[in-house]
Design a protein around this ligand. Structure first.
Ligand code: CTP
Ligand code: CA
Length: 226
């Protein structure tokens, strides 16, 4: 069976995708991070490119090669991610935040390696900015898409996040499903809108999830332009 041809429905449209983890350094040799592989964001960037978009991929440290035909900006921390995404989002029509942004960074990052001490230590963390929420404040006609991983009450929590951040929809997934989410090639997600309406998709390749995500983003964009 032949796959249906890729539509050119994003010809010339500027799309920004964030991907991968962020690293929040405590000292020059230690950081807080998470296991995000960057594969979901890469799939969205490649799918958007193939549909004709001008794509900027802002990615944390991942072991994937840079995709061709995409502007790639490599960052480490959440603060760097914010600068890069906000900078690129200025004239973008679609922004997709797949990045697993660390919620906190060290309140004071040491320039010297911290030697171990006897007994417990306390690390003072301070919250990182919420990039998706910041983009939601001056949203204009932009389509904003988020991801959320939840262990419980997923649909309610994802809808609440979409409302709080002014996102058009969020793709919700769960950390437990074998071969999906972190590191896997497949993903099993539920599309959740701010009003709480939702649609569970079957387990699909990340590329197919990217295709459906961009289909939905195009529908939102069309509706907004009517
Ligand atoms: N996000 C962001 N900036 C942050 C944290 C999250 O832009 N500082 C984005 C993520 O890229 C994702 C969406 O917001 O698209 C939801 O992330 P999530 O971690 O689920 O949301 P939080 O508001 O951080 O809620 P939680 O307390 O559940 O971690
Ligand atoms: Ca978070």
């Amino acid at each position: 069976l032949l796959a249906p041809p890729t539509p050119r429905d994003l010809e010339g449209v500027k799309v920004v995708v964030s991907a991968g983890p962020t690293r929040e350094y405590l000292d020059p040799v230690r950081f807080i991070s998470n296991p995000s592989s960057g594969k979901m964001g890469l799939a969205v960037a490649e799918e958007a490119r193939d549909r004709g978009a001008e794509v900027t991929l802002v990615t944390g440290p991942v072991s994937l090669p840079d995709p061709s035909g995409v502007r790639v900006v490599r960052i480490e921390s959440a603060l760097e991610l914010r600068d890069a995404v906000v900078g690129a989002a200025g004239d973008a029509e679609i922004v997709v935040m797949t990045a697993a942004v660390a919620d906190y960074r060290a309140a004071e990052r040491s320039d010297e390696k911290q030697a171990k001490v006897a007994g417990d230590v306390t690390v003072h963390l301070t919250p990182n900015p919420d990039i998706l929420a910041e983009l939601g404040v001056q949203k204009g006609n932009r389509v904003l898409v988020g991801f959320a991983m939840e262990t419980h009450a997923g649909v309610e929590r994802a809808a609440l996040k979409a409302r709080r951040k002014n996102a058009d929809f969020i793709l919700l997934n769960y950390p437990t499903r074998e071969g999906t989410a972190f590191g896997g090639d497949d993903n099993e997600v539920t599309l959740v809108r701010p009003d709480g309406s939702h649609e569970a998709w079957p387990r699909l390749s990340k590329r197919e999830v990217a295709r459906r995500l961009l289909d939905e983003a195009c529908r939102v964009r069309e509706r907004r332009r009517e």
